[in-house]
Design a protein around this ligand. Structure first.
Ligand SMILES: Cc1cn([C@H]2C[C@H](O)[C@@H](COP(=O)(O)OP(=O)(O)O[C@H]3O[C@H](CO)[C@@H](O)[C@H](O)[C@H]3O)O2)c(=O)[nH]c1=O
Length: 351
C-alpha cells in the first residue's frame, strides 16, 4: 500500500509518519509537506533514510501540482494532516487558513476522486485528521463533545477546519469517496513548535522570560500526548468504519493556569531550581479574541469500538516532554531563531 501523509514534517504529522514507517515496513510512505515555518525535517532525521519513506516537498494549495502528484504516484490512501493550526495566527491572517485548510483539502479530495473513482474506490481511503475545536466551546461542567455534537466553530482556524470536515463528508456523500475522520483535543509532546502554550512556556521558562497567560488562565483544554494521537490515527486508519468520525482525547482536562503551574514546578525540579522560581515568570496578558472557554471530548467511541486508549498519564507525558526539550536545545534554538523572533515579538507586544 502506498500512503500519502500530508504535513508529515509537522508536529503531529512527524509522529504519524514515524509510527507508520517503522510499524508497517511493507507500506510505502510519501510525506507531502510544504515545509512552512512549522514543518521541520529535523523531526524525521531518524527515519529519513528508511527504504519505505520518501519526502515530496510541495504545496496542497497548488491544484495542478497535487493532480500531477496523484497521477504519477497513484497512492492507495491519504492521511491528511497538513494544516495551518495556530488559532492566534488565524486571527491575524484568516485567509492563509482558508487557503491551506479549505482549498488544500478540496484539492486533495479532487485529485483522489479523479484517480480512484474510475477504479471503483476498491481498497482506497481518504482519512482527514481534524480538531475538537469544530464543536465550539463548552461552559464549565460535565458536558463533553461527542461525535453527534453540532458544529459551532468560533475562530477562523476552527471555521476552516469545520469547513474542511464538511468537504470531506460531502465527497463521501456525493462521489462515494471512502473517507474517515477524527477530531482530536490539544496535543503536546516532542517536536511541538513553540508558538503553542506548552512548548512556548518551556522555551520562555528556560530563558527566564515572562510566560504569557491569556486572560485569567481559567480556560480549560483536554490534553493528549502526541504519540497517543498517532496510535489513535493508526487505529482509525486500519479499523475505523468508512464514513465515520472518531473523537480522540486524553480524558485530561486542565485549566491553563493549573497546567502552567505544573509545568513550572516540573521544570524547577528537573533543572535543580527552588520550587516556585519559574512560577514568578507567569504574566497575565490580554485575552485571545473570542477565546473558547472549554473543550472536553468524549472518546468512548474510539475506546469501545477500536480498543484504543492513551498509554501515558499527563504527568508522565509532560515529564517526557520536558526531558525532550531539555535534551534538544539545538532543535529549540534552531526553530526560535530568525523569523520566529519577529513573529513572537509582534504577538507579545500586541498583548
Ligand atoms: C499560546 C498561548 C496560549 N494560551 C492559552 C490559549 C488556550 O486556552 C490554551 C492553549 O493554547 P494553544 O496552545 O494555542 O492551543 P489551542 O488554541 O487550544 O488550540 C490547539 O488545540 C486544538 C485542539 O483543541 C488544535 O486543533 C489546534 O491546532 C491547537 O493549536 O492556552 C495562553 O494562555 N498563552 C499563550 O501564550
Amino acid at each position: 500500500m502506498k500512503i500519502i501523509i500530508t504535513g508529515g514534517a509537522g508536529f503531529i504529522g512527524s509522529h504519524v509518519v514515524r509510527l507508520f514507517v517503522t510499524k508497517y515496513p511493507e507500506y510505502q510512505i510519501l510525506n507531502l509537506d510544504a515545509l512552512t515555518y512549522a514543518g521541520n525535517l529535523e523531526n524525521l532525521r531518524d527515519i529519513e533514510s528508511a527504504p519505505n519513506y520518501r519526502l515530496v516537498k510541495g504545496d496542497i494549495t497548488d491544484q495542478a501540482f497535487v493532480d500531477q502528484l496523484f497521477a504519477t504516484e497513484e497512492p492507495d490512501a491519504v492521511i491528511h494532516l497538513a494544516a495551518e493550526s495556530h488559532v492566534d495566527r488565524s486571527i491575524t491572517d484568516p485567509l492563509a487558513f482558508v487557503k491551506t485548510n479549505v482549498l488544500g483539502t478540496v484539492h486533495l479530495l479532487n485529485a483522489a476522486k479523479n484517480l480512484w473513482k474510475p477504479l471503483g474506490y476498491e481498497g482506497k481511503v481518504f482519512y482527514h485528521v481534524s480538531t475538537d475545536e469544530v464543536y465550539g466551546s463548552l461552559d464549565f461542567g460535565p458536558d463533553m463533545f461527542t461525535e453527534d455534537t453540532p458544529y459551532d466553530p468560533r475562530s477562523p482556524y476552527s471555521a476552516s477546519k469545520a469547513s474542511s470536515d464538511h468537504f470531506v463528508r460531502a465527497w463521501h456523500h456525493t462521489y462515494h469517496m471512502p473517507v474517515k475522520l477524527s477530531n482530536c483535543s490539544n496535543n503536546y509532546g516532542p517536536n511541538h513548535f513553540p508558538e503553542k502554550l506548552i512548548p512556548l512556556a518551556i522555551h520562555r521558562i528556560q530563558h527566564g522570560q515572562p510566560v504569557p497567560v491569556y486572560g485569567k488562565g481559567e480556560n480549560v483544554r483536554d490534553w493528549l500526548f502526541v504519540k497517543d494521537h498517532a496510535t489513535a490515527i493508526d487505529a482509525v486508519f486500519h479499523k475505523g468504519k468508512v464514513g465515520e468520525t472518531y473523537n480522540i482525547g486524553g480524558v485530561n482536562e486542565w485549566a491553563n493556569l493549573e497546567l502552567i503551574h505544573l509545568l513550572c514546578d516540573t521544570l524547577d525540579e528537573k533543572t535543580g531550581k527552588e520550587k516556585g522560581t519559574s512560577r514568578k515568570l507567569i504574566t497575565f496578558v490580554t485575552d485571545r479574541a473570542g477565546h473558547d472557554l472549554r473543550y472536553a471530548i468524549d472518546s468512548s467511541k474510539i475506546m469501545n469500538e477500536l480498543g484504543w486508549k492513551p498509554s501515558v498519564t499527563f504527568e508522565q507525558g509532560l515529564s517526557q516532554t520536558v526531558d525532550w526539550y531539555l535534551e534538544n536545545q539545538a532543535w529549540l534554538n534552531n526553530v526560535t531563531s530568525g523569523a520566529y523572533q519577529t513573529y513572537y515579538q509582534q504577538q507579545y507586544a500586541a498583548r
